[in-house]
Design a protein around this ligand. Structure first.
Ligand SMILES: [Mg+2]
Length: 165
């Protein structure tokens, strides 16, 4: 089912290196907006900065794969030393595949973490990488709230895949 995440977490920092290693995930593709930071800033929390460092130290490859082309994404990636694909056009699989090609990690050892079912989860499933759904950091407007309501059937269907923290 292309709309179902293989795992649900509350937030990106819940995905510990131990958990990822246990799932045999060696490359993590990260959605940017509302997954790493809210739309309103490009400054991550200390928890996110520490998590990036820990994952990297554990040998997990980290890439940002974002549909945005904005400078805030590129600036963030530069500052934190993250390679990125911008303008990824998720749910089309091309941007995700581009990342896979450049990393040389088999798709089965990759996951894409994102907050949106209709772009991140669907795109990951179409590209053959594991979709991990996290809660949007802040659905600050009506349209984001409406989209979240439309996602609820799939979030409920995948309810048993939620990790305990
Ligand atoms: Mg997002």
């Amino acid at each position: 089912m292309p709309f179902l995440p293989s795992l649900i977490a509350e937030k990106v920092t819940d995905l510990t290196p131990e958990l990822l290693r246990g799932l045999d995930i060696r490359l993590l593709m990260l959605d940017f907006d509302n997954t790493l930071v809210p739309y309103t800033t490009d400054v991550p929390t200390e928890a996110v900065v520490n998590w990036l460092a820990e994952a990297r130290q554990a040998g997990i490859g980290l890439w940002v794969v974002s549909n945005s082309r904005k400078e805030r994404v590129k600036g963030f990636c530069k500052q934190y030393g993250l390679p990125c694909v911008t303008g990824a056009l998720k749910p089309l699989p091309a941007g995700i595949r581009k990342c896979l090609d450049q990393c040389g990690v088999p798709a089965k050892n990759c996951a894409l973490v994102g907050d949106q079912i209709y772009t991140d989860t669907l795109g990951a499933n179409l590209a053959g990488v594991r979709p991990i759904l996290v809660k949007s950091i802040n659905n600050h407007n009506f349209w984001l709230k409406l989209r979240h309501a439309a996602e609820m059937p799939f979030i409920i269907a995948a309810g048993k895949r939620r990790i305990k923290t």
